[in-house]
Design a protein around this ligand. Structure first.
Ligand code: C2E
Ligand code: MG
Ligand code: MG
Ligand code: MG
Length: 292
Protein backbone atom coordinates (compact mmCIF):
# COMPACT_ATOMS: atom_id res chain seq x y z
CA UNK A 1 0.00 0.00 0.00
CA UNK A 2 2.77 2.43 1.02
CA UNK A 3 4.59 1.61 -2.17
CA UNK A 4 1.37 2.22 -4.11
CA UNK A 5 0.86 5.58 -2.45
CA UNK A 6 4.41 6.56 -3.26
CA UNK A 7 3.94 5.58 -6.86
CA UNK A 8 0.67 7.47 -7.02
CA UNK A 9 2.19 10.61 -5.58
CA UNK A 10 4.54 10.81 -8.52
CA UNK A 11 1.56 11.00 -10.88
CA UNK A 12 -0.67 13.14 -8.72
CA UNK A 13 1.29 16.36 -9.05
CA UNK A 14 -0.84 19.48 -9.18
CA UNK A 15 -2.13 19.44 -12.72
CA UNK A 16 -5.60 18.12 -13.45
CA UNK A 17 -4.47 16.52 -16.65
CA UNK A 18 -1.77 14.56 -14.86
CA UNK A 19 -4.30 13.54 -12.25
CA UNK A 20 -6.74 12.28 -14.83
CA UNK A 21 -4.04 10.40 -16.66
CA UNK A 22 -2.94 8.83 -13.41
CA UNK A 23 -6.50 7.94 -12.42
CA UNK A 24 -6.73 6.08 -15.70
CA UNK A 25 -3.50 4.22 -15.05
CA UNK A 26 -4.72 3.10 -11.63
CA UNK A 27 -8.15 2.21 -12.94
CA UNK A 28 -6.53 0.33 -15.80
CA UNK A 29 -4.44 -1.75 -13.40
CA UNK A 30 -7.42 -2.50 -11.19
CA UNK A 31 -9.44 -3.45 -14.24
CA UNK A 32 -6.91 -6.06 -15.28
CA UNK A 33 -7.28 -7.60 -11.81
CA UNK A 34 -11.09 -7.40 -11.98
CA UNK A 35 -11.16 -9.24 -15.31
CA UNK A 36 -8.95 -12.01 -13.91
CA UNK A 37 -10.53 -12.30 -10.47
CA UNK A 38 -14.26 -12.22 -11.12
CA UNK A 39 -14.83 -8.53 -10.49
CA UNK A 40 -17.03 -8.12 -13.54
CA UNK A 41 -20.64 -9.16 -14.04
CA UNK A 42 -23.18 -9.00 -16.81
CA UNK A 43 -26.62 -7.51 -16.65
CA UNK A 44 -29.20 -8.04 -19.34
CA UNK A 45 -31.67 -5.57 -20.75
CA UNK A 46 -34.81 -6.97 -22.38
CA UNK A 47 -35.71 -6.03 -25.94
CA UNK A 48 -39.43 -6.16 -26.54
CA UNK A 49 -42.01 -6.21 -29.28
CA UNK A 50 -43.61 -2.78 -28.78
CA UNK A 51 -47.14 -3.88 -29.64
CA UNK A 52 -47.33 -6.99 -27.49
CA UNK A 53 -44.61 -6.49 -24.88
CA UNK A 54 -43.19 -9.91 -25.73
CA UNK A 55 -39.49 -10.22 -24.91
CA UNK A 56 -37.65 -10.83 -28.18
CA UNK A 57 -34.07 -10.45 -27.06
CA UNK A 58 -31.61 -9.43 -24.38
CA UNK A 59 -28.58 -7.16 -24.51
CA UNK A 60 -25.68 -8.13 -22.27
CA UNK A 61 -24.13 -5.11 -20.55
CA UNK A 62 -20.96 -5.42 -18.52
CA UNK A 63 -20.74 -4.14 -14.92
CA UNK A 64 -17.75 -3.57 -12.69
CA UNK A 65 -18.34 -3.76 -8.98
CA UNK A 66 -15.29 -2.03 -7.63
CA UNK A 67 -14.49 -2.90 -4.00
CA UNK A 68 -13.90 0.74 -3.01
CA UNK A 69 -15.56 2.84 -5.68
CA UNK A 70 -18.74 0.84 -6.01
CA UNK A 71 -20.30 0.18 -9.36
CA UNK A 72 -18.36 1.80 -12.22
CA UNK A 73 -20.13 2.47 -15.52
CA UNK A 74 -18.90 0.78 -18.69
CA UNK A 75 -19.02 4.25 -20.23
CA UNK A 76 -16.04 4.99 -17.95
CA UNK A 77 -14.07 1.75 -17.97
CA UNK A 78 -14.55 0.52 -21.54
CA UNK A 79 -12.55 3.49 -22.91
CA UNK A 80 -9.87 2.72 -20.29
CA UNK A 81 -9.86 -0.93 -21.36
CA UNK A 82 -9.50 0.15 -24.98
CA UNK A 83 -6.56 2.43 -24.19
CA UNK A 84 -4.72 -0.15 -22.09
CA UNK A 85 -5.46 -3.14 -24.30
CA UNK A 86 -7.32 -5.10 -21.65
CA UNK A 87 -10.46 -4.78 -23.80
CA UNK A 88 -9.32 -7.98 -25.52
CA UNK A 89 -9.49 -10.05 -22.33
CA UNK A 90 -12.55 -8.17 -21.16
CA UNK A 91 -14.36 -8.81 -24.42
CA UNK A 92 -13.42 -12.47 -24.35
CA UNK A 93 -14.77 -12.76 -20.82
CA UNK A 94 -18.01 -10.98 -21.74
CA UNK A 95 -18.68 -13.22 -24.72
CA UNK A 96 -17.89 -16.40 -22.82
CA UNK A 97 -19.97 -15.33 -19.82
CA UNK A 98 -22.94 -14.49 -22.06
CA UNK A 99 -22.70 -17.98 -23.59
CA UNK A 100 -22.33 -19.63 -20.18
CA UNK A 101 -25.39 -17.83 -18.86
CA UNK A 102 -27.36 -18.67 -21.99
CA UNK A 103 -26.52 -22.35 -21.39
CA UNK A 104 -27.67 -22.05 -17.75
CA UNK A 105 -30.97 -20.52 -18.87
CA UNK A 106 -31.50 -23.18 -21.51
CA UNK A 107 -30.77 -25.95 -19.00
CA UNK A 108 -33.25 -24.36 -16.62
CA UNK A 109 -35.88 -24.40 -19.34
CA UNK A 110 -35.87 -20.62 -19.61
CA UNK A 111 -36.51 -19.96 -23.26
CA UNK A 112 -33.94 -17.27 -23.99
CA UNK A 113 -34.29 -15.41 -27.23
CA UNK A 114 -31.26 -13.77 -28.83
CA UNK A 115 -28.54 -12.46 -26.58
CA UNK A 116 -26.72 -9.41 -27.94
CA UNK A 117 -23.08 -8.76 -27.05
CA UNK A 118 -21.25 -5.48 -27.63
CA UNK A 119 -17.94 -5.66 -29.47
CA UNK A 120 -15.34 -2.94 -29.39
CA UNK A 121 -13.46 -1.88 -32.54
CA UNK A 122 -10.23 -3.31 -31.21
CA UNK A 123 -11.77 -6.75 -30.81
CA UNK A 124 -13.07 -6.70 -34.37
CA UNK A 125 -9.61 -6.03 -35.74
CA UNK A 126 -8.09 -9.12 -34.18
CA UNK A 127 -8.02 -12.25 -36.32
CA UNK A 128 -8.28 -14.32 -33.09
CA UNK A 129 -11.81 -13.00 -32.56
CA UNK A 130 -13.38 -15.72 -34.66
CA UNK A 131 -11.53 -18.50 -32.84
CA UNK A 132 -12.43 -17.07 -29.43
CA UNK A 133 -16.09 -16.81 -30.38
CA UNK A 134 -16.20 -20.30 -31.85
CA UNK A 135 -14.53 -21.75 -28.72
CA UNK A 136 -17.10 -20.17 -26.41
CA UNK A 137 -20.02 -21.29 -28.56
CA UNK A 138 -18.64 -24.82 -28.53
CA UNK A 139 -17.73 -24.81 -24.84
CA UNK A 140 -21.30 -23.92 -23.87
CA UNK A 141 -23.00 -25.59 -26.79
CA UNK A 142 -24.80 -22.49 -28.01
CA UNK A 143 -26.24 -22.17 -31.51
CA UNK A 144 -24.58 -19.19 -33.24
CA UNK A 145 -27.97 -17.82 -34.27
CA UNK A 146 -28.75 -17.15 -30.61
CA UNK A 147 -26.03 -14.54 -30.40
CA UNK A 148 -26.08 -11.09 -31.93
CA UNK A 149 -22.92 -9.02 -32.21
CA UNK A 150 -23.36 -5.27 -31.74
CA UNK A 151 -20.94 -3.11 -33.68
CA UNK A 152 -20.99 0.65 -33.99
CA UNK A 153 -21.10 2.48 -37.28
CA UNK A 154 -17.54 3.67 -36.87
CA UNK A 155 -16.31 0.08 -36.61
CA UNK A 156 -17.98 -0.84 -39.87
CA UNK A 157 -16.93 2.37 -41.60
CA UNK A 158 -13.30 2.14 -40.65
CA UNK A 159 -13.05 -1.56 -41.37
CA UNK A 160 -10.37 -2.45 -43.86
CA UNK A 161 -10.96 -5.32 -46.25
CA UNK A 162 -9.17 -7.61 -43.81
CA UNK A 163 -11.41 -6.60 -40.88
CA UNK A 164 -14.42 -6.82 -43.12
CA UNK A 165 -13.49 -10.44 -43.78
CA UNK A 166 -13.35 -11.17 -40.05
CA UNK A 167 -16.80 -9.73 -39.51
CA UNK A 168 -18.30 -11.33 -42.60
CA UNK A 169 -16.98 -14.74 -41.58
CA UNK A 170 -18.65 -14.41 -38.19
CA UNK A 171 -21.95 -13.75 -39.86
CA UNK A 172 -21.37 -16.69 -42.17
CA UNK A 173 -21.04 -18.83 -39.04
CA UNK A 174 -24.61 -17.85 -38.23
CA UNK A 175 -24.08 -15.08 -35.71
CA UNK A 176 -26.38 -12.11 -36.10
CA UNK A 177 -24.97 -8.66 -36.74
CA UNK A 178 -26.44 -5.42 -35.39
CA UNK A 179 -25.42 -1.80 -35.82
CA UNK A 180 -25.40 -0.13 -32.41
CA UNK A 181 -26.10 3.57 -31.82
CA UNK A 182 -27.23 4.05 -35.40
CA UNK A 183 -27.33 7.70 -36.40
CA UNK A 184 -24.64 8.99 -34.08
CA UNK A 185 -21.53 7.89 -35.95
CA UNK A 186 -20.28 9.21 -39.23
CA UNK A 187 -22.83 10.45 -41.69
CA UNK A 188 -21.79 8.08 -44.45
CA UNK A 189 -24.20 5.26 -45.12
CA UNK A 190 -21.90 3.57 -47.57
CA UNK A 191 -20.85 0.89 -45.10
CA UNK A 192 -24.39 -0.43 -45.30
CA UNK A 193 -23.68 -1.53 -48.85
CA UNK A 194 -20.71 -3.60 -47.70
CA UNK A 195 -22.19 -5.32 -44.68
CA UNK A 196 -25.30 -7.39 -44.65
CA UNK A 197 -26.61 -6.59 -41.17
CA UNK A 198 -29.53 -8.23 -39.40
CA UNK A 199 -30.54 -5.30 -37.27
CA UNK A 200 -30.20 -1.56 -36.93
CA UNK A 201 -30.43 -0.13 -33.42
CA UNK A 202 -31.45 3.51 -33.52
CA UNK A 203 -29.39 5.51 -31.02
CA UNK A 204 -31.04 6.67 -27.84
CA UNK A 205 -29.87 10.23 -28.48
CA UNK A 206 -32.33 10.29 -31.38
CA UNK A 207 -35.11 8.48 -29.53
CA UNK A 208 -34.94 10.86 -26.54
CA UNK A 209 -35.97 13.77 -28.79
CA UNK A 210 -38.24 12.04 -31.28
CA UNK A 211 -41.46 13.26 -29.65
CA UNK A 212 -40.28 16.79 -28.92
CA UNK A 213 -38.31 17.78 -32.00
CA UNK A 214 -39.85 17.35 -35.42
CA UNK A 215 -36.48 17.14 -37.15
CA UNK A 216 -35.58 14.27 -34.85
CA UNK A 217 -38.85 12.58 -35.60
CA UNK A 218 -38.07 12.88 -39.31
CA UNK A 219 -34.65 11.32 -38.89
CA UNK A 220 -36.04 8.44 -36.82
CA UNK A 221 -38.78 7.78 -39.36
CA UNK A 222 -36.17 7.83 -42.15
CA UNK A 223 -34.00 5.33 -40.25
CA UNK A 224 -36.98 3.00 -39.90
CA UNK A 225 -37.67 3.29 -43.64
CA UNK A 226 -34.04 2.66 -44.44
CA UNK A 227 -34.13 -0.53 -42.41
CA UNK A 228 -37.27 -1.58 -44.24
CA UNK A 229 -35.60 -0.93 -47.61
CA UNK A 230 -32.60 -2.97 -46.56
CA UNK A 231 -34.86 -5.74 -45.30
CA UNK A 232 -33.22 -5.37 -41.93
CA UNK A 233 -34.84 -5.43 -38.50
CA UNK A 234 -34.91 -2.20 -36.56
CA UNK A 235 -34.94 -1.55 -32.82
CA UNK A 236 -35.21 1.73 -30.92
CA UNK A 237 -32.83 2.18 -28.00
CA UNK A 238 -33.44 4.23 -24.86
CA UNK A 239 -37.24 4.31 -24.96
CA UNK A 240 -38.22 5.95 -21.69
CA UNK A 241 -41.92 6.72 -21.98
CA UNK A 242 -45.21 5.69 -23.54
CA UNK A 243 -45.24 8.64 -25.88
CA UNK A 244 -41.99 7.55 -27.50
CA UNK A 245 -43.17 3.96 -27.70
CA UNK A 246 -46.37 5.04 -29.40
CA UNK A 247 -44.53 7.28 -31.84
CA UNK A 248 -42.18 4.44 -32.77
CA UNK A 249 -44.95 1.95 -33.15
CA UNK A 250 -46.90 4.24 -35.47
CA UNK A 251 -43.72 4.92 -37.44
CA UNK A 252 -43.40 1.19 -38.10
CA UNK A 253 -40.71 0.27 -35.59
CA UNK A 254 -41.56 -3.09 -34.07
CA UNK A 255 -39.02 -3.50 -31.29
CA UNK A 256 -37.58 -1.38 -28.56
CA UNK A 257 -35.34 -1.40 -25.54
CA UNK A 258 -35.29 1.12 -22.71
CA UNK A 259 -36.17 1.99 -19.14
CA UNK A 260 -39.84 2.26 -20.12
CA UNK A 261 -39.87 -1.51 -20.53
CA UNK A 262 -37.06 -2.55 -18.23
CA UNK A 263 -33.72 -1.45 -16.89
CA UNK A 264 -30.84 -3.88 -17.31
CA UNK A 265 -31.35 -6.65 -14.72
CA UNK A 266 -29.27 -9.54 -13.47
CA UNK A 267 -29.51 -13.09 -14.73
CA UNK A 268 -31.85 -14.31 -11.98
CA UNK A 269 -34.32 -11.55 -12.77
CA UNK A 270 -34.13 -12.39 -16.47
CA UNK A 271 -35.32 -15.90 -15.69
CA UNK A 272 -38.47 -14.61 -14.01
CA UNK A 273 -39.09 -12.02 -16.74
CA UNK A 274 -38.70 -14.72 -19.37
CA UNK A 275 -41.13 -17.01 -17.59
CA UNK A 276 -43.69 -14.20 -17.71
CA UNK A 277 -42.67 -13.67 -21.37
CA UNK A 278 -44.33 -10.25 -21.64
CA UNK A 279 -43.53 -6.83 -20.25
CA UNK A 280 -46.48 -4.44 -20.10
CA UNK A 281 -45.36 -1.06 -18.87
CA UNK A 282 -48.79 0.44 -19.50
CA UNK A 283 -51.89 -1.12 -20.99
CA UNK A 284 -52.40 2.36 -22.39
CA UNK A 285 -50.11 1.63 -25.32
CA UNK A 286 -52.80 -0.21 -27.20
CA UNK A 287 -55.50 2.34 -26.34
CA UNK A 288 -55.40 4.61 -29.44
CA UNK A 289 -56.23 1.65 -31.67
CA UNK A 290 -59.26 0.84 -29.55
CA UNK A 291 -58.47 -2.87 -29.47
CA UNK A 292 -57.05 -4.75 -26.49
P1 C2E B 1 -24.95 0.63 -25.61
O1 C2E B 1 -24.47 -0.67 -26.15
O2 C2E B 1 -25.56 1.59 -26.55
O3 C2E B 1 -25.95 0.23 -24.44
C1 C2E B 1 -27.08 0.97 -24.08
C2 C2E B 1 -26.82 1.79 -22.84
O4 C2E B 1 -27.97 2.60 -22.58
C3 C2E B 1 -26.65 0.95 -21.57
O5 C2E B 1 -25.81 1.69 -20.70
C4 C2E B 1 -28.05 0.92 -21.00
O6 C2E B 1 -28.11 0.65 -19.63
C5 C2E B 1 -28.51 2.32 -21.31
N1 C2E B 1 -29.96 2.44 -21.41
C6 C2E B 1 -30.86 1.50 -21.75
N2 C2E B 1 -32.10 1.98 -21.77
C7 C2E B 1 -32.01 3.28 -21.43
C8 C2E B 1 -32.99 4.34 -21.27
O7 C2E B 1 -34.20 4.16 -21.45
N3 C2E B 1 -32.52 5.56 -20.91
C9 C2E B 1 -31.18 5.79 -20.69
N4 C2E B 1 -30.82 7.02 -20.32
N5 C2E B 1 -30.23 4.83 -20.85
C10 C2E B 1 -30.65 3.59 -21.22
P2 C2E B 1 -24.54 1.00 -20.03
O8 C2E B 1 -24.88 -0.36 -19.58
O9 C2E B 1 -24.02 1.99 -19.04
O10 C2E B 1 -23.52 0.85 -21.24
C11 C2E B 1 -22.99 1.97 -21.86
C12 C2E B 1 -22.17 1.57 -23.07
O11 C2E B 1 -21.02 0.82 -22.67
C13 C2E B 1 -22.91 0.65 -24.03
O12 C2E B 1 -23.77 1.39 -24.85
C14 C2E B 1 -21.75 0.03 -24.77
O13 C2E B 1 -21.29 0.90 -25.78
C15 C2E B 1 -20.69 -0.08 -23.70
N6 C2E B 1 -20.68 -1.46 -23.20
C16 C2E B 1 -21.47 -2.03 -22.25
N7 C2E B 1 -21.15 -3.33 -22.09
C17 C2E B 1 -20.13 -3.60 -22.96
C18 C2E B 1 -19.37 -4.78 -23.28
O14 C2E B 1 -19.56 -5.87 -22.76
N8 C2E B 1 -18.40 -4.65 -24.26
C19 C2E B 1 -18.16 -3.46 -24.88
N9 C2E B 1 -17.20 -3.42 -25.81
N10 C2E B 1 -18.87 -2.35 -24.61
C20 C2E B 1 -19.84 -2.41 -23.66
MG1 MG C 1 -25.14 -1.99 -27.36
MG1 MG D 1 -26.58 1.52 -28.15
MG1 MG E 1 -24.20 3.70 -26.53
Amino acid sequence: RAKDAGRNRVCFHDETFGQLACERVILGRELVAAIKCGGLALQYQPQVDIETGRIVGLEALVRWNHPQRGSISPAVFIPVAEKTGSIVDLGKWVFDEACRQTRVWQDEGVDVPTVAVNLSAIQCKRPELEQDIVSSLKRWNIAPGRIELELTESVLMEATEHHRDIITRLRALGLRLAIDDFGTGYSSLNYLTNFPVDRIKIAQELIFKCTTEIRCAAVVRAAIRLAEELDTQVLAEGVENAEQARFLSSAGCKSAQGYFFSRPVDAAQVASLMRARFIHPVALLAAPKGSG
